[in-house]
Design a protein around this ligand. Structure first.
Ligand SMILES: [Zn+2]
Length: 260
């Protein structure tokens, strides 16, 4: 194995950790947004219930006035009944009185309906207000949990970044550049171990001759996968192997940590 390869393997292990931590960190804003959306939605229920209640109250006033007006009109017609001269006029007046009383009764029905639905909207408003309190309490707990997890992840990130700086210090600068150029193109993974007879990253078959070269003691060459161009290595039990890549490793452009 090339003498510097074991440091690169350590570097790759740290980079796998960094990929995983940054992936985790990138999900925090969405998790927080989901909590806030639940609170907003619950608050909208209050607004809707308040609007419905207000409309019901306005309509109630209108119907109360309708009842008053029709009753007033019936009373006015009844007062006129002493002044009519003809039978025809009297009949017509009776008809008007009946009509006004019917309209007053209808308006009273509408009013009663409105009062009942107003009570229902009042209940809905109180229910919505209670729901918001519950959602807020739950949201506070979740915000707290998310923030604590976020802080912990930030600490892990700082530790992994420090570990990376230490790992980089053991590798010649031009080799770090070479590794990083490859890693940048391949989701942060610049090394590939040999698995069976293939590249552990892209799976392409590796010629047995190359595997023999990689296994040879005193080998000081780097060999690359012909397909994915990653630096190949043969797993050596004297160093800890790099962890397998995360299933959805982000590329290096997603490597910046989010602010929440
Ligand atoms: Zn490959």
């Amino acid at each position: 194995m090339h003498p510097h390869l074991k440091y690169l393997i350590e570097l790759q292990a740290v980079d796998f950790r960094l990929i995983e931590i940054r992936e985790r960190l990138s999900k925090f804003p969405k998790r927080l947004a989901e909590v806030e959306a639940r609170v907003t939605s619950a608050k909208q229920q209050i607004t809707a219930a308040k609007d419905a209640l207000l409309t019901a109250q306005k309509e109630r006033k209108t119907y109360e006035m309708d009842v008053e007006q029709w009753k007033e009109r019936a009373k006015k017609y009844r007062n006129q009944s002493g002044e009519v001269k003809t039978n025809e006029a009297y009949k017509a007046l009776l008809h008007e009185i009946q009509n006004a009383e019917d309209e007053a009764a209808k308006a009273e029905d509408r009013l009663l309906e409105r009062m009942v639905s107003g009570e229902e909207f009042d209940r809905q408003l109180k229910a919505a207000e209670a729901a918001v309190k519950e959602v807020e309490a739950q949201a506070n707990k979740e915000r707290h949990t998310i923030q604590a997890e976020y802080n912990a992840a930030q600490k892990e990130l700082a530790a992994a970044e420090a570990a990376r700086a230490a790992a980089v210090a053991s590798v010649p600068e031009d080799l770090v550049d070479h590794y990083e150029r490859i890693a940048k193109r391949h989701g942060g993974v610049g090394l590939a171990e040999i698995r069976g007879e293939g590249c552990g990253q892209c799976g392409v078959h590796i010629r047995p001759h190359m595997i023999q070269l990689l296994q040879r003691d005193g080998n000081e060459e780097f060999y690359h996968c012909e397909t994915c161009t990653r630096i190949l290595y043969y797993p050596d039990h004297s160093v800890s192997p790099a962890a397998p890549p995360a299933p959805s490793a982000p590329d290096s452009s997603a490597a910046s940590s989010p602010k929440i």
